[in-house]
Design a protein around this ligand. Structure first.
Ligand SMILES: [Zn+2]
Length: 248
């Protein structure tokens, strides 16, 4: 279902990130594909995955889909508003979610179709790393560049399942979600150390390691963030699954 909401080519850039979205409304991949053909939309992603597992393609991977908007305050540091803009260096996938706040979980059929699609894309685009995104590439959600207007895009998403699927049980990735309203990142695993940044509520984080530090409400765990920026108290992180064991 080709959409005209694209720019031919990628301005000489190669995609390094895969960005996952939720539609916040809509009934099927086909209906979203039609919307991406409507001049009112002025937007499209490369692919849409329906709740029934149907996948439609709207933009060729070699072209720049108009999928991601502004780079907002609080965005991950590697995004730039221009040269290259996020759309020039990303492949984007919409996941149909019928609720307007993207609160739906993926259906089993949708997850299977998405994992197959993502595996296929990564096999053809080795420049996209099979890890949670950092400045060198990887996989993330729309909130990564638009944490104000797209904080809930894609909303609940089985990130851990995805990385386990991509990397296998032999290389589990510890990931979690911030439960505090705003969580300080510290230079050391205690509340007296320097605040080096903060994370908003509901942000998904990649965790590199767990150390013991100051007790926070009886929890002595502190997580060293996967991007190397510092430590956060484990008391304010909901770890996704019981893998790997050191997460807990
Ligand atoms: Zn989005």
């Amino acid at each position: 279902m080709p959409s005209q909401h694209k720019t031919s080519g990628r301005g000489g850039y190669t995609p390094k990130w895969l960005v996952l979205h939720g539609t916040a409304g809509g009934s099927s991949a086909e209906a979203i594909g039609e919307w991406f053909q409507n001049p009112s939309a002025q937007a499209a992603t490369h692919y849409v995955v329906g709740q029934d597992g149907h996948v439609v393609q709207c933009v060729n991977e070699a072209d720049t889909a108009w999928a991601n908007g502004r780079v907002e305050a609080g965005a991950d540091s590697w995004w730039s508003a221009s040269s290259p803009g996020p759309n020039q260096v990303t492949i984007s996938i919409e996941h149909v979610k019928s609720s307007t706040d993207n609160s739906n979980e993926l259906t089993q059929a949708q997850k299977t179709a998405s994992w197959n699609l993502i595996t296929n894309i990564l096999n053809r685009n080795p420049s996209i790393k099979r890890v949670w995104a950092d400045s060198t590439g990887g996989i993330t959600g729309h909130f990564s560049m638009s944490p104000l207007s797209r904080e809930r895009c894609p909303g609940p998403f089985p990130w851990q399942d995805l990385f386990t699927h991509l990397n296998g049980q032999s290389n589990p990735v510890c990931m979690g979600t911030v439960t505090a309203d705003s969580l300080n990142i510290r230079s050391a695993p205690n509340s007296q150390s320097t605040v080096v940044g903060s994370l908003p509520n509901a942000r998904v984080i990649n965790i590199q390691s767990r150390v013991d530090g100051e007790s926070v409400g009886g929890n002595t765990g502190w997580f060293y963030l996967g991007n190397g920026s510092g430590y956060v108290s484990a008391a304010y992180i909901k770890v996704h699954i019981t893998q790997p064991a050191w997460c807990f």
